[in-house]
Design a protein around this ligand. Structure first.
Ligand code: KG4
Ligand code: ZN
Length: 336
């Protein structure tokens, strides 16, 4: 079964073609980072307009890469939410239009389910069940995943998402939006021990996170010192060390509490090299294994949407869904 996946929930337009047995056959992506950098964050109206410009050419590119045509597509999948309403509507409209033109079923996919299942595109591929750490610009969650569609929320951030904290701290250090990758590059030349930033909620019971206090601590630190190159690198390294400490501690606790032996990391912050290295080391020490999607599939993309639809709907496909988007949509509500 061949699935065309369309992702337009935020600031990346992604289209990919995925076969339920062969995996990703073609993928095309356009990042709007340059468009929004000028404003220091995503401007929803500009995002929607750019998705409109990009989506059809990207669909053509993904099909050409796969050596297929629209007539070969069995199922059309689009990100139904959560995300920016106007941006989501672009993908929903394209999917609905293609569905009508080709007489193919159309399904809406939960963006986080896409992230959650994307490590299954990696080699080696994790078996169920596993603990999933979802760390993106908008979400920080730990889920217990028993199978496709069987997700239980173990804990989540009570304020900022980890990626949001990365981006805000990066902006404080004068790095362009989205600052996560730039901050982690700067951190490589800094001293992670110079500033003992708080590790919020690290010792508390439960699996919730909090990152807004950490961001404020970084802000106060920058205000107290001369913001030279050394300071910027040391703040970046100390901030990253604090985030990695908290994420690693909670992941290990989640493995312990669920008795599961596999940890899967997904979402943009999952591309962070320090986090990857730390989780690999700590999980191995605890007798567990860690799975990451390839870095290009950590951030938003069409492949994870096509793949989640292929797993969830299987050959045969469902009937056509309503044309709708859900800008706010709780992942736990997918539980079957
Ligand atoms: O999953 P994603 O592409 O979009 C959302 O659904 O939010 O995640 C984007 C987030 C941004 O906050 C970005 O700064 C962060 O992931 N990110 C990183 C890295 N690469 C992306 N954060 C830390 N280190 C990285 N290497
Ligand atoms: Zn995402």
């Amino acid at each position: 079964m061949l699935v065309l996946g369309i992702e337009t929930s935020c600031d990346e337009t992604g289209v990919a073609l995925c076969d339920d047995r062969l995996g990703v056959l073609g993928e095309a992506l356009h990042s709007q980072v340059d468009l929004h950098a000028l404003y220091g964050g995503v401007v929803p109206e500009l995002a929607s307009r750019d998705h409109i410009r990009r989506a059809v050419p990207l669909a053509r590119e993904a099909l050409a890469q796969a050596g297929r045509t629209l007539a070969d597509v069995d199922l059309i999948a689009y990100t139904q939410g959560p995300g920016l309403a106007g941006a989501l509507l672009v993908g929903a409209s394209l999917a609905a239009g293609l569905g009508i033109a080709l007489s193919r079923p159309v399904v809406g996919v939960h963006h986080l389910e896409g992230h959650l299942l994307s490590p299954l595109l990696a080699d080696p591929r994790p078996d169920f069940p596993f603990v999933a750490l979802l760390v993106s610009g908008g979400h920080t969650q730990l889920m217990a995943v028993e199978g496709v569609g069987r997700y239980a929320l173990l804990g989540e951030t009570v304020d900022d998402a980890a990626g949001e904290a990365f981006d805000k701290t990066a902006s404080l250090l004068g790095l362009a939006y989205p600052g996560g990758p730039a901050l982690s590059r700067l951190a490589q030349s800094g001293d992670p021990k110079r500033f003992p930033f708080p590790r919020p909620m690290i010792a508390s019971d439960g699996l919730d996170f909090s990152f807004s206090g950490l961001k404020t601590a970084a802000l106060q630190c920058v205000r107290r010192h001369e913001p030279d190159e050394r300071l910027r690198a040391d703040v970046a390294a100390s901030f990253q060390a604090a985030v990695v400490d908290v994420l690693a501690a909670k992941c290990l606790r989640a493995l312990e509490e669920t008795g599961m032996t596999r940890l899967v990391v997904a979402g943009g912050v999952g591309a962070n090299a320090a986090l990857r290295e730390r989780l690999q080391r700590e999980a191995a020490g605890a007798g567990a294994s860690v799975f990451f999607p390839p870095p290009r599939l950590c951030t938003d993309n069409g492949a994870m949407i096509a793949f989640a639809a292929a797993l969830r709907h299987g050959p045969g496909g469902p009937g056509r869904e309503d044309f709708t988007v859900r800008p706010r949509w709780d992942l736990a509500s997918l539980a079957q």
